[in-house]
Design a protein. Structure first.
Length: 285
């Protein structure tokens, strides 16, 4: 056994997709797995994740989804960590740890992990990752509280009301299975990107992936919930870091704690976009 751990290249894409489809999840088609290595916003100088290769065969992989984004007038590089898999016969030899070590070696990058399992949670906490969010607000509709809030729905309708920053976000995410909404109150607007999924006892979760104006959300969250929720069996779910202020809204723990590591940014500056949730059409935990 002579295993080499290195950045994944174009020639590794098919082997990685076979590994992930055959061993990690056959429910995800190979072509969708491919998007983890060939997504539309990948910086030209970013790698495609890291592979462990034995004699030309891909036996392990850790997905890295990079994006360069402006925060506070400065461009920051983000990297979403996902799809960490190593064939069973190669485990316990330090190969998985070497993949992890190489993948998170750049101190200038803000790393995020939003779909951690119990084992990956422990491994990345040992590597210096911290909690980004472990609770979310859960709003149900309370009819009659819309407070003159206007709802605008759909990418085409929302786009004219967005800042240049938010237009760039919409452009990169408009083809995915997400819901794009705009809320208006007077001269103020809030752009929202949601994912709709069933959770638990058939409860429809409208989970916020991005909030353009945390202040607006903190003031008008209940009215926004009343407009976007279509039944009493639906929830507007918002990670706590997305909301300014301390509203007295119901909260619940997030099943899989969201983690991050950054030398420059705080959790409130990091959203749930540009990751495998959109690329693979997964449910945000």
């Amino acid at each position: 056994m002579s295993v080499v751990v290195r950045p994944a290249g174009v020639a590794d894409i098919d082997g990685v997709c076979d590994l992930l489809h055959d061993h990690m999840s056959s429910k995800i088609p190979r072509e969708r797995w491919r998007t983890l290595l060939d997504y539309p916003w990948r910086p030209a100088d970013a790698d495609r994740g890291h592979v462990a290769v034995d004699g030309g065969r891909v036996v392990g992989f850790l997905g890295l989804v990079y994006v360069d984004r402006p925060v506070g007038g400065v461009i920051h590089r983000f990297c979403n960590i996902c799809a960490w898999y190593l064939l069973k016969e190669y485990r316990g030899l330090g190969i998985g740890q070497e993949i992890q070590k190489q993948s998170i070696a750049d101190p200038a990058v803000t790393y995020t992990l939003v779909t951690a399992t119990a084992s990956t949670d422990k491994a990345f906490r040992r590597a210096g990752f911290e909690v980004m969010d472990e609770e979310r607000y859960c709003l149900k509709r309370q009819l009659g509280s819309t407070a003159d809030i206007e709802l605008i729905e759909g990418p085409d309708a929302v786009e004219p009301h967005l800042s240049l920053r938010d237009r760039a976000i919409l452009l990169r995410h408009r083809t995915f299975n997400l819901r794009h909404l705009g809320f208006r109150h007077g001269r103020r607007n809030c752009y929202l990107i949601l994912q709709n999924r069933k959770q638990g006892a058939d409860i429809s979760y409208h989970q916020a992936l991005y909030v353009g104006s945390p202040d607006f959300l903190g003031r008008h969250g209940q009215a926004m919930a009343d407009l976007l929720l279509d039944s009493d069996n639906a929830v507007f779910a918002i990670d706590r870091r997305f909301v300014r202020g301390q509203p007295e809204w119901e909260r619940e723990p997030i099943a899989q704690t969201r983690l991050y590591r950054s030398r420059d940014l705080e959790p409130r500056q990091i959203d749930n976009l540009y990751n495998e949730i959109a690329l693979l059409d997964l449910k945000l935990p």
